[in-house]
Design a binder for this molecule. Sequence first.
Ligand code: PLP
Length: 375
Amino acid sequence: MTMLNVAELAELQKRRSEKWSGHAPGVIASTVAEMDFDLAEPIARVLHDAIDRSDLGYAFEVPERLKEAFTGFADRRLGWTVDPERVTLAPEVLAGLIELCLALAPGGSVGFATSAYPPFLQQIPQAGLRTVLIPLRPDGWFDLERLGAELRNGLRVLVLTNPHNPTGRVLPREELEQIAELCASYDAWVLADEIHAPLVLPGATHVPWLEVSDAARAGGISLISASKAFNIAGLKAAQIVTASDRAQDVVRRLPYTAEQAGLLGVLAAEVAFSQCDDWLDAVLRQLDDNRAYLRDNLPDGITWTPPDATYVAWLDCRALGLDEEPSSFFLRRAKIALSPGLDYDPDASGFLRLNFGTGPKLLEEIVSRLRSSLE
Ligand SMILES: Cc1ncc(COP(=O)(O)O)c(C=O)c1O
């Protein structure tokens, strides 16, 4: 059985990636979606080998081995039959999404549920597109009525994040079927961001968008990557998947795809998808334990719905009655860096997102500091 290791805090603080960079001494980072676990051994090995060969050039060859590894993973772990001919490499999910939005709605609007992954709020407008926010219902469900109204108003591209970030909710099949039908009736495209799908925790099942229905396949494009689940987001190799000629035709015409992916990302994703199931299972066990620990130990006054997937906890701190924004309060009083709710949603000022992709020792320290800061 694979054992996970998390380095000591002082070692983590030496990391140069976004999560651990730029904090004052003594601060524990619990922000951007990176995990603290040591890399899966096969990934570390393939990266070391590439460096030993000075093999850091362009990702030039058509990555047949990556396609094979990915389709095997999709079948084995997600119950998703993928045609390798319909897998296209992209540097990132985000870059692929923006390219697709530009291709499908030039100068138009793109809808997505809020609270949302912050770059949707920032980068979709920067690409010259209008954002149409579809606030999640108070129970966290997707708002079909609001979607219907926006489709009637002319919306033709929906970015559907499932599992959702920041709530970690996995949308059930019925809800997905309804979204697919509604969008199909207006001939609207659905870009399914399924980057968190490999991180579904015990108790939930992810239904891949292209397995939902004929309507979903006809007007849908899925984007997925090894980056979140295997903690290799800096390496740049994502997959765009289709299940219809019409969708594949859109992807074929994208200007920036395979050539911009990173070779190290391709090599790492190949082994992630084919040789790292044991490591991923160990991660999922730890995340499940962490979720239970948070359920039992979060301070009174912080409420949440435990996520079905991934390693983020979307925390409602409004009942704490703080007189400052919660992430500023906890940074100042607890020396914990958390992601402010406002980054995800203009209406989420009393919320924050906590990243629990770490080992038990650090999670206990995070929770203990949160509790002490409120005493
Ligand atoms: C929903 C969602 N989409 C996309 C991304 C970014 O993926 P990539 O690094 O492949 O652009 C993230 C990262 O956390 C995410 O949560």
